[in-house]
Design a protein around this ligand. Structure first.
Ligand code: T4K
Length: 411
């Protein structure tokens, strides 16, 4: 129950915070601690800690089954998985990526010495806009790297058609899309390959980790070798490789969390509906809706704030929430193109990325997952509703707070 009666009660103005502990976006979901510790015990007893041990083998087999895909190879994280995929697919030159994504997508391309070419996104889904992709293709383009942002599949059909028309490779960054589907088929089966993240903050985690899924046997074979320094036998490498292997401890976490995956998703779904009820009708605040006819992990609660209607900006709402101990995040502000090294090498690119620029100003992501209860969500929504209903006064006071010089309290 929201106890705030006037705007003086907001923590940002000196009132008591609504939560005594911080609520994080991306608090890890963790399955049975007993099962995990039992598995770790077995790992230690076996003295087989990494390099395709039995936990990794079993984990990969379960992933293949869950996704209905031919090959699914674990990785130490998704960033390395993306790099391995691009190298194994023989991409080079320019790779088209959305500008509105986590920076890892762009950095993976740049790290390989290729050029990420930033593409604008669809204002409705926030995913790479196929209509814009085609305009960016040059003779140097070798691939498209789409991102299933927030777990919503890209326009896979349109991207596949463009890739095939221009002879380009098609890779998907599926970091957010584990256990999601497109037209009834699991993500992991599309493009030349798809890469998942199992980072601690994802719906399903292996501490750090990821996986590359593909139905291309030859590509999978190349990736598996590259993942282990390029070894083709005990004493020989047959190509340049790196170390992108998952450890047995991470796979033990993966096996344990797979047993609870459906519980995590049900909790996320419950939270999503609680947020929908709580956000509905707040002027200027819109929540991203997932397609109920597809499998979805509901891991991200994504708001868009229209300042002219809410009277408060997204940043003001974030400031209010943080003071209340709700650590809402401005993912993916300010857009990859405005982060280094890209901001220096392509300083004027923002003008052709209007949707990215707009979303980077408007999007706010709220806490969910097994660490957040429905009561807490109702409280968060209550804070937002109360703040927006006093938007004018709050904006004025926040403006006043910022106008006070740093030294003012000290004299
Ligand atoms: N592609 C996309 C589209 C991605 O979103 C990501 C990763 C990648 C590729 C690359 O995947 P990996 O190589 O990581 O497998 C976090 C994650 O570090 C990052 O993995 C994730 N995307 C991104 C969306 O979120 P930050 O910079 O926001 O992390 P941080 O440290 O601020 O943590 C977020 C919140 O989670 C904090 O409030 C604290 C909380 N937290 C975090 C950790 C690690 C916990 O409560 N416990 C924890 O153990 O990037």
């Amino acid at each position: 129950m929201l106890t705030k009666k006037s705007i003086d009660d907001f923590a940002v103005f000196g009132g008591e915070a609504s939560f005594d502990q911080p609520l994080h976006v991306g608090r890890p979901n963790i399955g049975s601690k007993e099962r995990l510790l039992q598995r770790i015990n077995e790992v230690v007893d076996r003295r087989w800690l990494t390099n395709s041990g039995p936990c990794v083998e079993e984990f990969e087999q379960q992933l293949r089954q869950l996704l209905g895909v031919g090959h699914c190879d674990s990785m130490c994280n998704a960033t390395d998985g993306l790099q391995l995929a691009m190298r194994a697919m023989k991409m080079h030159g320019e790779v088209i990526v959305p500008a509105f994504t986590f920076i890892a997508t762009a950095h993976a391309v740049q790290w390989l010495g290729f050029t990420p070419v930033f593409c604008d996104v669809d204002p409705r889904t926030h995913a790479i806009d196929p209509a814009r992709v085609e305009e960016l293709i040059t003779p140097r383009t070798t691939g498209i790297l789409g991102v299933h942002l927030w777990g919503q599949p890209c326009d896979i059909e349109a991207l596949a058609a463009i890739a095939s028309r221009h002879g380009l490779k098609l890779l998907f960054d599926a970091a957010h899309a584990f256990n999601c589907s497109w037209r009834g088929r699991m993500i992991g089966n599309f493009g030349d390959a798809e890469v998942f993240s199992f980072h601690a903050t994802k719906v399903f985690n292996t501490f750090e980790g990821g996986a590359l899924a593909t139905n291309n046997a030859e590509l999978a074979w190349r990736v598996r070798r590259m993942r282990n320094f390029g070894f083709a036998g005990l004493d020989q490498t047959d190509a340049l490789g790196t170390n992108a292997k998952m450890s047995e401890a991470s796979a033990a976490m993966g096996l344990t969390n797979l047993e609870s995956l459906q519980d995590f998703i049900e909790t996320n779904q419950r939270n999503y509906h609680a947020y929908r009820r709580g956000i509905e009708g707040i002027p200027g605040v819109r929540m991203l809706e997932y397609d109920a006819s597809e499998k979805c992990n509901y891991q991200y609660i994504v708001l868009e704030v229209e300042e002219s209607e809410a009277v408060l900006s997204r940043d003001s709402l974030q400031e209010i929430l943080w003071a209340e101990n709700v650590l809402a995040r401005r993912y993916f502000y300010p857009g990859c193109h405005r982060m280094q090294p890209y901001a220096s090498t392509m300083p004027d690119i923002g003008s052709r990325l209007p949707v990215t620029e707009r979303l980077a100003r408007r999007v706010l992501v709220l806490p969910t997952g097994t660490a957040v209860s429905v009561e807490q969500i109702e409280m968060i929504c209550g804070i937002l509703r109360f703040a927006v209903s006093h938007g004018g006064d709050i904006a004025q006071r926040l403006g006043g707070l910022r106008a006070v010089p740093q030294w003012a309290g000290r004299i």
